[in-house]
Design a protein. Sequence first.
Length: 80
Amino acid sequence: MLLSYPTTMAPSQIAQYLKGRSSHLLQDEFPEIKRKYWGQHMWARGYFCGTVGQVDEETIKQYVENQGNEEEKNFTVVDG
């Protein structure tokens, strides 16, 4: 997903909003999801944010593949 947003907003605010809003919409549309995730988080706590041109497809692929792996909790992107 590529987004354009005001520079006054932090990327963490955007991620929080998107996760929260999509969770509510999905739970409203699919009541079984609401029961399953009651009192829990639907989405993982982390998120990835990079500016256009900063990361390549392989970096994004690596991040997505390692999402949720306990060993990769401290995953960082190194430019270069």
